[in-house]
Each structure stands twice: as structure tokens, then as C-alpha cells.
Write a protein that binds this ligand. Structure first.
Ligand SMILES: C[S@@+](CC[C@H](N)C(=O)[O-])C[C@H]1O[C@@H](n2cnc3c(N)ncnc32)[C@H](O)[C@@H]1O
Length: 238
């Protein structure tokens, strides 16, 4: 799986992302909570897809820039965001086309798990953050692999695949698994201070028909799906 793959099912993914439990009621609200007050903040949306998070950040008063590796996803984002957000087709694995220290916040929502190497991309995300600025990232939770693929080596950074159904079509998505210690190492080696590792549950606003029954009943508060990371570029806050 890479950004190219999103070109094949951009419309179906956008539709799924708009209303699904995992995106609309869990991942996006969790990222927005972790980002906090964005009024007047300069935010880079790395791997912005069709722009649902960018749209929400703009609505909350942020000054947002976005990029994604998939031209089809960027086309959808342009349609959604009009001229409000500068958008670029760009690969997160390559050096970023942005000035040093030009953002208060970088959001990287469900994109880093497509990359084998995090060291170069995280160094670039740190470079474009101002001192005191924060990276808010979400990735597939590594412990989900322990549950879903107990025969595979949890401690190895390796590729794995999952079948996802989009609009009645089954699509194989491929991700890079990395153990939690490797997530933490990559973040800290990039010169970022780890502030939060979070495992929230779905939003309280999740429609009842989408809420997992064991969470609705109070038996559980969350499920293994995504891991949320907040890391700060150290330095003097201007
Ligand atoms: C699961 S979608 C998430 C999109 C968006 N962040 C959201 O939350 O709605 C993953 C996105 O990452 C993009 N992507 C995958 N690999 C990438 C890469 N190497 N560079 C930039 N974007 C990439 C895909 O094109 C896709 O739009």
C-alpha cells in the first residue's frame, strides 16, 4: 500500500471516512482533542487525504496547509476545501517543500504506518515545526497485531496486509508494523519530546447504531485500533 493505491479507491475511501466509526467517530475526534485550541495556529496536515481533518481545523480557526502522496485524494481535497488550504501532491518519504519552523502543529493522521522508514520523515516534520510546536500523529496500534496475527513477530518492523471492504469491494491494504519501542525510539531519535501516548475510546457523540456494544454497555471503554502520539519540538517558545 502506498499513496498510489489511494488513487484507485479515492472516492470510496472518502465516503467511508466521512461517516465510519473508525474515522468519523474515533480517529478524527481523538486527533482534534489532542490538537486542542487551534485558533490562529499554522497547521500542516501531512497525508491530508481528501481533507476532512483540514476542513475541521479550518472551521476552528486554523491556518492549514496540506499534502498527500495521492493526486486523486488531493483532487478531492481541493474540491472540499476550495482555495482555503494550499494543497500539494508530495511523498512524506521525501524532504518537505516547506520552510524551517513554519508550523505550530503538524498532524499526521493515519499516514506514518505506510512508511518503512520513519527517521527521515520525522526529522523533516521536526524541521518544519517551530520550537515548542507539536506533532500529533495516529497510526495503527501495534498491539492490534498481537491480537490479529499472534504467529507473527511483534518485535520486528515488517509489512502486513489487511482486507478492507469499501463500497462492496474488498481491497488489500498493506502497512508497516513496528513495535511500540520502535515508535518511541523513532520519535525521540528525531529530537522530539514524547508528550502523550494515547488509546482513547470512540467519541461520546458516536451514533448508537455505530457504537460497539461492549462500549455502549460500559463493559469496555476502548478497543485496540489506533495509537495516538503527541511529540514536541523542544526549544524556546516564540
Ligand atoms: C488512511 S488515509 C488518511 C487520510 C487523512 N489523513 C484522513 O485522516 O482522512 C491515508 C492517506 O495517506 C496517504 N499516503 C500514504 N502514503 C503516503 C506517503 N508516503 N506520502 C504522503 N501521503 C501518503 C494516502 O494517499 C491517503 O490519503
Amino acid at each position: 500500500m502506498s499513496a498510489d493505491d489511494y488513487d484507485r479507491f479515492a472516492d470510496d475511501y472518502e465516503a467511508e471516512n466521512a461517516t465510519s466509526l473508525l474515522n468519523a467517530c474515533y480517529e478524527r475526534p481523538a486527533v482534534l482533542d489532542l490538537v486542542g485550541d487551534v485558533q490562529g495556529r499554522r497547521i500542516l496536515d501531512a497525508g491530508c487525504g481528501s481533507g476532512p481533518l483540514a476542513a475541521e481545523l479550518v472551521a476552528r480557526g486554523a491556518d492549514v496547509t496540506g499534502f498527500d502522496g495521492s493526486p486523486a485524494m488531493i483532487d478531492l481535497a481541493r474540491r472540499r476545501l476550495g482555495g482555503t488550504v494550499p494543497l500539494t501532491v508530495h511523498d512524506l518519504a521525501e524532504p518537505l517543500p516547506y520552510e524551517d519552523e513554519s508550523y505550530d502543529v503538524v498532524v499526521a493522521s493515519l499516514v506514518l504506518h505506510y512508511l518503512e522508514d520513519w527517521d527521515g520523515p520525522l526529522a523533516e516534520l521536526r524541521r518544519v515545526l517551530r520550537p515548542g510546536g507539536r506533532l500529533v500523529a495516529s497510526v495503527n496500534h501495534p498491539f492490534a497485531q498481537v491480537l490479529n496475527a499472534p504467529e507473527d513477530d511483534y518485535f520486528k518492523t515488517r509489512l502486513y496486509s489487511e482486507d478492507v471492504e469499501l463500497n462492496g469491494q474488498t481491497t488489500e491494504l498493506t502497512f508497516w508494523h513496528r513495535p511500540l519501542r520502535e515508535v518511541v525510539r523513532a520519535v525521540t531519535d528525531a529530537g522530539l519530546d514524547l508528550r502523550v501516548l494515547d488509546e482513547p475510546g470512540p467519541s461520546k457523540d458516536t451514533p448508537p447504531e455505530l457504537m460497539p456494544p461492549r462500549i455502549a454497555s460500559g463493559e469496555r471503554s476502548a478497543f485496540f485500533c489506533f495509537l495516538f502520539v503527541v511529540a514536541e519540538r523542544p526549544g524556546v517558545v516564540h
